[in-house]
Design a binder for this molecule. Structure first.
Ligand code: SF4
Length: 342
Protein backbone atom coordinates (compact mmCIF):
# COMPACT_ATOMS: atom_id res chain seq x y z
CA UNK A 1 0.00 0.00 0.00
CA UNK A 2 1.27 3.42 -0.93
CA UNK A 3 0.51 4.92 2.46
CA UNK A 4 2.97 2.48 4.00
CA UNK A 5 5.73 3.33 1.55
CA UNK A 6 5.26 7.09 1.79
CA UNK A 7 7.04 7.86 5.02
CA UNK A 8 8.85 11.13 5.36
CA UNK A 9 12.44 10.79 6.59
CA UNK A 10 12.28 14.07 8.46
CA UNK A 11 8.93 15.79 8.75
CA UNK A 12 10.54 18.94 10.11
CA UNK A 13 13.23 19.33 7.48
CA UNK A 14 11.10 21.62 5.31
CA UNK A 15 9.83 23.60 8.24
CA UNK A 16 13.37 24.32 9.44
CA UNK A 17 14.53 25.45 6.05
CA UNK A 18 15.37 29.10 5.55
CA UNK A 19 13.25 29.28 2.40
CA UNK A 20 10.20 29.11 4.63
CA UNK A 21 10.64 32.80 5.49
CA UNK A 22 9.74 33.72 1.91
CA UNK A 23 6.51 31.77 2.02
CA UNK A 24 4.33 34.81 2.54
CA UNK A 25 4.93 36.04 -1.01
CA UNK A 26 3.24 34.47 -4.00
CA UNK A 27 5.43 33.26 -6.82
CA UNK A 28 2.56 32.28 -9.09
CA UNK A 29 -0.90 33.78 -9.46
CA UNK A 30 -3.49 32.29 -11.79
CA UNK A 31 -6.52 34.48 -12.28
CA UNK A 32 -9.82 33.64 -14.01
CA UNK A 33 -8.23 31.17 -16.39
CA UNK A 34 -10.45 29.72 -19.10
CA UNK A 35 -9.56 27.32 -21.88
CA UNK A 36 -12.05 26.18 -24.48
CA UNK A 37 -10.98 23.85 -27.30
CA UNK A 38 -12.77 23.75 -30.64
CA UNK A 39 -13.62 20.14 -31.54
CA UNK A 40 -14.33 19.63 -35.21
CA UNK A 41 -17.19 17.24 -35.95
CA UNK A 42 -19.15 16.05 -39.00
CA UNK A 43 -22.08 18.28 -38.03
CA UNK A 44 -19.98 21.31 -37.27
CA UNK A 45 -17.74 22.47 -34.48
CA UNK A 46 -18.27 22.01 -30.78
CA UNK A 47 -16.60 23.56 -27.78
CA UNK A 48 -14.85 21.55 -25.09
CA UNK A 49 -14.78 23.52 -21.85
CA UNK A 50 -11.48 22.33 -20.35
CA UNK A 51 -10.98 25.16 -17.85
CA UNK A 52 -13.86 27.21 -16.53
CA UNK A 53 -12.57 30.22 -14.65
CA UNK A 54 -10.01 28.95 -12.17
CA UNK A 55 -7.95 31.12 -9.84
CA UNK A 56 -5.27 30.18 -7.33
CA UNK A 57 -1.96 31.37 -5.91
CA UNK A 58 1.23 29.54 -4.98
CA UNK A 59 3.62 30.87 -2.36
CA UNK A 60 7.41 30.85 -2.67
CA UNK A 61 8.87 27.51 -1.61
CA UNK A 62 5.57 25.68 -1.19
CA UNK A 63 4.16 22.65 -2.96
CA UNK A 64 0.69 23.20 -4.36
CA UNK A 65 -1.00 19.89 -5.12
CA UNK A 66 -3.62 19.77 -7.83
CA UNK A 67 -5.91 16.78 -7.59
CA UNK A 68 -8.95 15.61 -9.53
CA UNK A 69 -10.23 12.86 -11.80
CA UNK A 70 -9.09 12.51 -15.43
CA UNK A 71 -10.51 15.33 -17.52
CA UNK A 72 -10.77 17.73 -14.59
CA UNK A 73 -8.39 20.16 -16.31
CA UNK A 74 -5.25 19.68 -14.19
CA UNK A 75 -2.86 19.11 -17.08
CA UNK A 76 -4.46 21.81 -19.24
CA UNK A 77 -3.90 24.28 -16.41
CA UNK A 78 -0.24 23.27 -16.12
CA UNK A 79 0.35 23.56 -19.88
CA UNK A 80 -1.11 27.06 -19.87
CA UNK A 81 0.93 28.12 -16.86
CA UNK A 82 4.13 27.09 -18.60
CA UNK A 83 2.80 28.65 -21.83
CA UNK A 84 2.78 25.49 -23.92
CA UNK A 85 -0.86 26.42 -24.59
CA UNK A 86 -2.56 29.79 -24.80
CA UNK A 87 -5.53 30.45 -22.55
CA UNK A 88 -8.88 31.46 -24.01
CA UNK A 89 -8.92 34.19 -21.36
CA UNK A 90 -7.44 34.94 -17.96
CA UNK A 91 -4.04 35.80 -16.55
CA UNK A 92 -0.92 34.04 -15.30
CA UNK A 93 1.51 36.09 -13.22
CA UNK A 94 4.91 34.59 -12.42
CA UNK A 95 7.35 36.37 -10.14
CA UNK A 96 5.54 39.67 -10.69
CA UNK A 97 5.38 39.38 -14.49
CA UNK A 98 2.27 38.53 -16.50
CA UNK A 99 3.80 35.70 -18.51
CA UNK A 100 0.61 35.13 -20.49
CA UNK A 101 1.47 38.46 -22.23
CA UNK A 102 5.10 37.62 -23.06
CA UNK A 103 6.17 36.99 -26.64
CA UNK A 104 7.95 33.78 -27.68
CA UNK A 105 11.46 35.12 -27.19
CA UNK A 106 10.69 36.64 -23.78
CA UNK A 107 9.11 33.36 -22.75
CA UNK A 108 12.21 31.37 -23.78
CA UNK A 109 14.22 33.47 -21.31
CA UNK A 110 11.59 32.92 -18.59
CA UNK A 111 11.77 29.14 -19.13
CA UNK A 112 15.01 29.18 -17.15
CA UNK A 113 12.83 29.73 -14.10
CA UNK A 114 9.89 27.51 -15.06
CA UNK A 115 10.53 23.84 -15.75
CA UNK A 116 8.48 20.71 -16.02
CA UNK A 117 8.82 17.07 -14.96
CA UNK A 118 6.65 14.73 -17.00
CA UNK A 119 4.82 11.52 -16.16
CA UNK A 120 6.69 9.50 -18.75
CA UNK A 121 10.31 10.65 -18.81
CA UNK A 122 11.19 8.06 -21.46
CA UNK A 123 9.18 9.82 -24.15
CA UNK A 124 10.85 13.13 -23.31
CA UNK A 125 14.43 11.75 -23.36
CA UNK A 126 16.07 11.49 -26.79
CA UNK A 127 16.96 7.77 -27.14
CA UNK A 128 19.97 8.58 -29.35
CA UNK A 129 21.61 10.86 -26.82
CA UNK A 130 23.68 9.84 -23.81
CA UNK A 131 22.52 11.01 -20.40
CA UNK A 132 25.53 13.36 -20.34
CA UNK A 133 24.36 15.02 -23.57
CA UNK A 134 20.74 15.18 -22.45
CA UNK A 135 21.67 16.94 -19.21
CA UNK A 136 24.13 19.28 -20.95
CA UNK A 137 21.49 20.44 -23.42
CA UNK A 138 19.83 23.14 -21.24
CA UNK A 139 23.28 24.53 -20.37
CA UNK A 140 24.23 24.67 -24.07
CA UNK A 141 20.90 26.31 -25.04
CA UNK A 142 21.39 29.04 -22.42
CA UNK A 143 25.10 29.35 -23.19
CA UNK A 144 26.21 28.46 -19.68
CA UNK A 145 29.88 27.49 -19.21
CA UNK A 146 32.11 25.57 -21.63
CA UNK A 147 32.39 21.87 -22.42
CA UNK A 148 34.59 21.17 -19.36
CA UNK A 149 32.52 23.08 -16.83
CA UNK A 150 29.35 21.63 -18.32
CA UNK A 151 30.63 18.10 -17.76
CA UNK A 152 31.32 18.94 -14.12
CA UNK A 153 27.87 20.53 -13.82
CA UNK A 154 26.24 17.39 -15.23
CA UNK A 155 28.18 15.13 -12.86
CA UNK A 156 27.01 17.34 -10.00
CA UNK A 157 23.42 17.07 -11.26
CA UNK A 158 23.71 13.28 -11.34
CA UNK A 159 24.97 13.33 -7.78
CA UNK A 160 22.12 15.61 -6.68
CA UNK A 161 19.54 13.13 -7.96
CA UNK A 162 21.30 10.13 -6.44
CA UNK A 163 22.98 8.65 -9.54
CA UNK A 164 26.69 7.96 -9.89
CA UNK A 165 28.98 9.28 -12.65
CA UNK A 166 28.70 6.05 -14.69
CA UNK A 167 25.29 7.24 -15.85
CA UNK A 168 26.98 10.04 -17.85
CA UNK A 169 27.75 7.67 -20.75
CA UNK A 170 24.57 5.61 -20.58
CA UNK A 171 21.50 5.82 -22.84
CA UNK A 172 17.87 6.21 -21.66
CA UNK A 173 16.93 2.63 -22.67
CA UNK A 174 19.54 1.25 -20.23
CA UNK A 175 17.77 2.87 -17.25
CA UNK A 176 14.91 1.72 -15.04
CA UNK A 177 11.73 3.80 -14.73
CA UNK A 178 12.89 5.35 -11.46
CA UNK A 179 16.35 6.18 -12.86
CA UNK A 180 14.77 7.79 -15.92
CA UNK A 181 12.57 9.92 -13.68
CA UNK A 182 15.70 10.97 -11.75
CA UNK A 183 17.18 12.09 -15.09
CA UNK A 184 13.94 13.98 -15.86
CA UNK A 185 14.28 15.75 -12.52
CA UNK A 186 18.02 16.42 -13.05
CA UNK A 187 17.22 18.06 -16.39
CA UNK A 188 14.48 20.15 -14.78
CA UNK A 189 16.84 21.50 -12.10
CA UNK A 190 19.83 22.00 -14.45
CA UNK A 191 19.15 25.74 -14.72
CA UNK A 192 18.21 26.04 -11.03
CA UNK A 193 14.60 27.13 -11.73
CA UNK A 194 12.38 28.82 -9.18
CA UNK A 195 9.35 26.77 -10.17
CA UNK A 196 8.76 23.23 -11.42
CA UNK A 197 5.50 21.72 -12.58
CA UNK A 198 5.46 18.02 -11.76
CA UNK A 199 2.76 16.46 -13.96
CA UNK A 200 1.97 13.03 -12.47
CA UNK A 201 5.70 12.32 -12.01
CA UNK A 202 5.24 9.14 -9.97
CA UNK A 203 2.02 7.62 -11.28
CA UNK A 204 3.84 5.27 -13.69
CA UNK A 205 6.30 4.04 -11.03
CA UNK A 206 6.24 1.18 -8.53
CA UNK A 207 5.12 2.18 -5.05
CA UNK A 208 8.59 1.80 -3.46
CA UNK A 209 10.13 3.92 -6.23
CA UNK A 210 7.36 6.52 -5.88
CA UNK A 211 8.43 7.08 -2.32
CA UNK A 212 12.08 7.58 -3.32
CA UNK A 213 11.18 10.08 -6.04
CA UNK A 214 8.89 12.06 -3.73
CA UNK A 215 11.61 12.19 -1.08
CA UNK A 216 14.09 13.33 -3.72
CA UNK A 217 11.75 16.16 -4.82
CA UNK A 218 11.39 17.27 -1.19
CA UNK A 219 15.16 17.16 -0.66
CA UNK A 220 15.75 19.34 -3.74
CA UNK A 221 13.05 21.75 -2.62
CA UNK A 222 14.80 22.19 0.73
CA UNK A 223 18.17 22.60 -0.95
CA UNK A 224 17.20 25.05 -3.69
CA UNK A 225 13.95 26.59 -2.44
CA UNK A 226 12.03 25.35 -5.47
CA UNK A 227 8.28 25.93 -5.64
CA UNK A 228 6.26 23.03 -7.04
CA UNK A 229 2.92 22.68 -8.71
CA UNK A 230 2.37 18.97 -8.22
CA UNK A 231 -0.36 17.26 -10.25
CA UNK A 232 -1.64 13.83 -9.27
CA UNK A 233 -4.82 11.83 -9.23
CA UNK A 234 -3.65 9.93 -6.14
CA UNK A 235 -4.86 11.57 -2.94
CA UNK A 236 -2.21 9.67 -0.96
CA UNK A 237 0.59 11.14 -3.02
CA UNK A 238 -0.89 14.64 -2.76
CA UNK A 239 -1.30 14.34 1.00
CA UNK A 240 2.32 13.28 1.31
CA UNK A 241 3.91 15.99 -0.83
CA UNK A 242 1.64 19.06 -0.83
CA UNK A 243 1.43 22.00 1.58
CA UNK A 244 -1.74 23.29 -0.06
CA UNK A 245 -4.26 21.35 -2.14
CA UNK A 246 -6.57 22.43 -4.95
CA UNK A 247 -9.42 20.07 -5.87
CA UNK A 248 -10.57 20.28 -9.48
CA UNK A 249 -13.72 19.00 -11.16
CA UNK A 250 -14.84 19.68 -14.74
CA UNK A 251 -12.43 22.56 -15.14
CA UNK A 252 -13.49 24.27 -11.89
CA UNK A 253 -11.52 24.67 -8.68
CA UNK A 254 -13.98 23.43 -6.08
CA UNK A 255 -11.87 23.71 -2.96
CA UNK A 256 -8.46 25.03 -1.91
CA UNK A 257 -6.98 24.56 1.54
CA UNK A 258 -3.98 23.63 3.67
CA UNK A 259 -3.37 19.91 3.12
CA UNK A 260 -3.94 18.42 6.56
CA UNK A 261 -6.92 20.64 7.37
CA UNK A 262 -8.54 19.81 4.04
CA UNK A 263 -8.01 16.05 4.41
CA UNK A 264 -9.24 16.01 8.01
CA UNK A 265 -12.21 18.26 7.40
CA UNK A 266 -13.28 18.71 3.77
CA UNK A 267 -15.75 21.54 3.20
CA UNK A 268 -16.81 20.66 -0.34
CA UNK A 269 -19.09 17.64 -0.93
CA UNK A 270 -16.88 16.45 -3.80
CA UNK A 271 -13.72 16.56 -1.67
CA UNK A 272 -15.60 14.73 1.07
CA UNK A 273 -16.63 11.98 -1.36
CA UNK A 274 -13.12 11.61 -2.82
CA UNK A 275 -11.57 11.24 0.63
CA UNK A 276 -14.23 8.90 1.96
CA UNK A 277 -13.81 6.52 -0.98
CA UNK A 278 -10.08 6.16 -0.36
CA UNK A 279 -9.35 3.26 2.03
CA UNK A 280 -6.05 4.77 3.14
CA UNK A 281 -7.71 8.06 4.09
CA UNK A 282 -10.78 6.43 5.62
CA UNK A 283 -8.68 4.15 7.84
CA UNK A 284 -11.44 2.26 9.61
CA UNK A 285 -12.98 1.72 6.18
CA UNK A 286 -16.40 2.12 7.65
CA UNK A 287 -19.03 1.58 5.01
CA UNK A 288 -21.29 4.17 6.68
CA UNK A 289 -18.51 6.72 6.11
CA UNK A 290 -18.01 5.76 2.49
CA UNK A 291 -19.81 8.05 0.04
CA UNK A 292 -20.58 6.45 -3.28
CA UNK A 293 -20.74 9.06 -6.01
CA UNK A 294 -23.75 8.69 -8.26
CA UNK A 295 -23.31 8.56 -12.04
CA UNK A 296 -20.36 9.67 -14.11
CA UNK A 297 -18.56 12.96 -14.57
CA UNK A 298 -20.59 14.95 -17.14
CA UNK A 299 -19.05 15.69 -20.53
CA UNK A 300 -16.93 18.86 -20.68
CA UNK A 301 -18.72 19.51 -23.98
CA UNK A 302 -22.11 19.70 -22.26
CA UNK A 303 -21.65 21.33 -18.89
CA UNK A 304 -24.47 21.08 -16.32
CA UNK A 305 -26.38 24.19 -15.28
CA UNK A 306 -25.80 25.70 -11.83
CA UNK A 307 -23.24 23.76 -9.84
CA UNK A 308 -21.27 21.42 -12.14
CA UNK A 309 -21.35 18.76 -9.40
CA UNK A 310 -25.09 18.88 -8.67
CA UNK A 311 -26.07 15.67 -10.53
CA UNK A 312 -23.79 13.64 -8.23
CA UNK A 313 -24.07 15.57 -4.99
CA UNK A 314 -25.98 14.12 -2.08
CA UNK A 315 -26.56 17.59 -0.60
CA UNK A 316 -28.03 19.04 -3.80
CA UNK A 317 -30.96 21.44 -3.44
CA UNK A 318 -32.99 23.24 -6.07
CA UNK A 319 -30.81 26.33 -6.14
CA UNK A 320 -27.77 24.15 -6.97
CA UNK A 321 -29.35 23.03 -10.25
CA UNK A 322 -29.97 26.62 -11.38
CA UNK A 323 -27.42 29.00 -9.93
CA UNK A 324 -23.66 28.84 -10.01
CA UNK A 325 -22.36 28.46 -6.45
CA UNK A 326 -20.61 31.41 -4.82
CA UNK A 327 -17.08 31.20 -3.47
CA UNK A 328 -16.91 31.04 0.32
CA UNK A 329 -13.69 31.94 2.12
CA UNK A 330 -13.01 30.58 5.60
CA UNK A 331 -9.53 31.73 6.60
CA UNK A 332 -7.21 30.08 4.09
CA UNK A 333 -9.95 27.77 2.79
CA UNK A 334 -11.82 28.57 -0.42
CA UNK A 335 -14.95 26.57 -1.29
CA UNK A 336 -17.22 26.81 -4.32
CA UNK A 337 -20.57 25.58 -3.01
CA UNK A 338 -24.02 26.87 -2.00
CA UNK A 339 -23.91 24.77 1.17
CA UNK A 340 -20.32 24.18 2.30
CA UNK A 341 -19.97 21.43 4.90
CA UNK A 342 -18.43 23.70 7.51
FE1 SF4 B 1 -23.64 20.06 -3.77
FE2 SF4 B 1 -25.07 22.22 -4.11
FE3 SF4 B 1 -22.65 22.43 -3.10
FE4 SF4 B 1 -22.98 21.81 -5.65
S1 SF4 B 1 -23.53 23.72 -4.69
S2 SF4 B 1 -21.61 20.83 -4.25
S3 SF4 B 1 -24.83 20.57 -5.57
S4 SF4 B 1 -24.40 21.38 -2.18
Amino acid sequence: MIEQALTKPNQNSKKNNHFIVEKEKHLLTVRNLKKHFIIKGIRGNNLLYALNDISFKIKHGETFGLVGESGSGKSTASRIIIQLEKATSGHVFFDGVEISKLNKQQMVQKRKDLQMVFQDPFSSLNPRMTIGKILSEPLVIFNIGNSKTRKNDVLELLDLVGLNKDFYERYPHELSGGQRQRIGIARAIALRPKFIICDEPVSALDVSVQSQILNLLEKLQCEFGITYLFIAHSLNVIRFIADTVGVMYLGKMLEIGATEELFKNPFHPYTEALISANPALNPHNRSDKKIILKGETPSPMKLPSGCFFHERCRYCQEICTKEEPPEHIFGTREVLCHFPLK
